[in-house]
Ligand binder design. Structure first.
Ligand code: ADP
Ligand code: ZN
Length: 661
């Protein structure tokens, strides 16, 4: 026993040293320690070599002679350790060897099968010894004699620790390996090995400076108005609770990616000057069962400790999808239990706890109904892509840090960036500074921003990419076809520019300003389809053959036509029926919600619709072939043409719609 201690200590020390000196310590050390430990335990099962085994007869003699100081029962070894009196060892020749080696005991041991039997045996021997002594010395005081002879056997019932410790260490090492390797798989995220169940929320507070405010958020007036109320809740909750009102627990920000949902949530926290926990729905989901739920628990616990505060869960659809839809896979149990935990936590804290949960998603329709119920995310705030005016505001926010040349007119750029999200615009501003710097300019000029816009729209320009002159002509005619048809039909979105400079994956592109309208008529959709087919039609009209270049056009056309017939009820034959399913449930359904016959009709109608649009596009282009050629050759030469060029060729547009409003 005594020998174990130093070795164990040494082991611990070695590990500590390893950790201190070289954080990335060699795993070989662990193996080495394990092997040394194993050898140690195997070789030394904890017995003292000097001790001598004796039988009960000898023990009886010792008891009768009153040699014994103590008897100790060691349960884990089923062993009795016997220690002699110091006086006995010193005076008795029989025990000279102990004296020589200076062994203080225990001196002997007996292996016993059953302690209670042994115990009663000893009691019996002692009793007999007392009786014998009293018979020989009747004048002695019985009590004193008893005290001399009779003593209790001490018991050491502690479990056998040697091997258990060894196994514990081994298991520890094993777990350590498993954890570290899983961490490796995850790409070494933060959070350390023992923090699996901890939430991985990022905390922004006054210390690490969440300086966001509504000033950083351009546009989004409606959304801002809604969240301003939340700021007020956080600032003076009394005002609301005194009147008996309940402060909402959560709000859901719904909108496409990059539209500033995170930004808005941060700004709310910044304005209210409360801590802000930010994390993504996918942070909860891990490959271990139960981790998600425990992370939710941990998150709410931490948040309650910091109340009032805001929890922001981005991409909540990662956990919040409607439960029990995917019957096929059991793998969703984990997500479900995470969601259940979230629901429980949201119900769990009282409305006055001062924790408000904001969540973002771009698909509110797939969320579980339970999440949207009153008392949970009972407010939905819609965030849309910015319109021209809002885009100007976003530009203004993001050029604050840029050195701008005076020729820069932000309104112009706002008009040049239809369909851009706030994140795209932030990207444009940053990119323009890089481009200007690369060209050795002292300030950011208009051309830099335009180049940045082009880059964001189409991916990087494929400089020096090889394109045969024929290919270039085909592409020019294709794009000219789009532009011409779009110009000549009444309702298609107004064109901004056409280019055949290849970028990213697309070979050419025509930019339109989508009108920001809320409802679309059959005519408008039909015109759009016609313009989308204009590219392929131009190829056929000019060259008599068609190419694969229209793939993405056809994809869009097909989707649009499908939507017209199946969703919007814009087809006469199918009628005013919509098979749109706003609950998203149908995505997983194996059967269509309509009959075979209807399916056939739908297919026919879609095909008819597209064919007639194609014929129409071809007709328009044949009629204006001269102008088409003029436009296309113009494109081949200049590579980029703008709306003004089209106007000189085709004349003013019939309906110069209230664009750029
Ligand atoms: P989401 O969370 O909706 O995907 P983010 O809030 O992460 O979008 O937006 C990304 C970035 O885009 C922001 O950091 C900000 O720079 C910029 N941005 C987006 N919308 C706006 C806006 N309305 N005003 C100013 N900047 C914006
Ligand atoms: Zn096309």
């Amino acid at each position: 026993m005594q020998q174990k201690e130093p070795v164990k200590k040494k082991k611990a020390q070695t590990q500590q040293n390893n950790k201190k000196k070289q954080p990335k310590f060699n795993y070989l050390w662990i193996y080495a320690i394990a092997i040394v430990g194993l050898l140690f335990f195997i070789q030394n099962p904890g017995s003292n070599n000097v001790r001598e085994e004796i039988g009960t007869t000898k023990l009886e003699r010792f008891i009768i002679n009153k040699y014994i100081e103590s008897i100790l029962f060691i349960q884990k070894d089923s062993r009795i350790d016997i220690t002699l009196k110091e006086k006995t060892v010193n005076t008795n020749a029989e025990f000279e060897k102990f004296r020589e080696k200076n062994i203080k005991g225990p001196h002997f041991y007996i292996t016993v099968a059953d302690f209670s039997v042994f115990n009663s045996d000893v009691k019996e021997i002692q009793e007999r010894a007392v009786q014998d002594y009293l018979i020989n010395n009747p004048d002695k005081d019985e009590k004193k004699v008893r005290n001399d002879y009779i003593f209790d056997i001490k018991q050491n019932t502690s479990k056998a620790w040697g091997f258990e410790i060894f196994w514990l260490v081994l298991m520890g090492i094993l777990l350590f390996f498993i954890f570290t390797s899983f961490r490796g798989i995850r790409g070494g995220g933060q959070g350390g090995i023992f923090n699996f169940g901890k939430s991985r929320a990022q905390l922004f507070d006054s210390k690490n400076n969440n300086g966001s405010s509504f000033k950083d958020v351009a546009g989004m007036e409606g959304a801002k108005y809604e969240v301003e109320e939340i700021v007020d809740f956080l600032k003076n909750p009394k005002k609301y609770t005194e009147l008996g009102g309940k402060i909402p627990k959560g709000a859901l920000l719904v909108g496409p990616p990059g539209t500033g949902k995170t930004l808005l949530a941060k700004a709310v926290a910044g304005e209210a000057q409360v801590p802000f926990f930010s994390l993504s729905g996918s942070d909860f989901v891990e490959m271990f069962v139960g981790v998600g739920a425990s992370r939710v628990r941990d998150l709410f616990q931490t948040a309650k400790g910091k109340a009032p505060c805001i929890i922001f869960i981005d991409e909540i659809d990662a956990i919040g999808r409607a439960r029990g839809k995917n019957v096929m896979s059991g793998a969703n149990d984990e997500r479900e239990s995470t969601l259940n935990q979230l629901l429980t936590e949201m119900d769990g804290f009282s409305t006055n706890a001062g924790v408000i949960i904001l969540a973002a998603t771009n698909r509110a329709d797939v969320l579980d109904r339970a999440l949207l119920r009153a008392g949970r995310f009972d407010r939905q705030i819609h965030v849309e892509l910015p319109n021209a005016k809002e885009r100007k505001g976003i530009f203004e926010v993001h050029v604050r840090n840029l050195k701008l040349n005076t020729d820069v007119d932000l309104e112009y750029f706002a008009k040049q960036t239809p369909g851009f999200s706030g994140a795209d615009i932030a990207n444009v501003c940053n990119e323009s500074a890089l481009i200007a710097a690369r060209n050795g300019k002292k300030s950011v000029e208009k051309s830099d921003i335009l180049a940045a816009i082009d880059r964001i729209v189409g991916g990087l320009e494929r400089r020096g990419s090889m394109m045969s002159p024929e290919e270039k002509r085909v592409i020019a005619y294709h794009e000219a076809g789009h532009a011409a048809v779009g110009w000549l039909v009444e309702h298609a979105a107004p064109l901004v520019k056409v280019t055949i400079v290849p970028r990213g994956k697309s070979l050419g592109a025509a930019w339109y300003l989508p009108e920001e309208r809320h409802i679309t008529t059959t005519e408008q959709m039909f015109d759009e389809i016609t313009a989308m087919l204009g590219g392929r039609a131009a190829e056929e009209v000019q060259f008599g053959k068609i190419s694969t270049g229209a793939l993405s056009d056809l994809e869009k056309v097909t989707k649009q036509a499908y939507a017209m017939v199946v969703f919007y009820g814009l087809n006469e034959k199918i009628g005013n029926i919509s098979f749109y399913d706003s609950t998203g449930q149908q995505e997983y359904a194996l059967t269509k919600p309509y009959s075979e016959k209807t399916a056939q009709n739908i297919d026919e109608e879609i095909s008819k619709l597209i064919e007639s649009a194609y014929k129409r596009a071809k007709g328009i282009l044949t009629e204006n072939k001269e102008k088409l050629i003029q436009l296309a050759e113009n494109l081949v030469e200049k590579e980029v043409i703008f709306a003004e060029d089209l106007e000189t060729i085709f004349g003013k547009r019939q309906q110069q719609t209230e664009t750029l409003a």
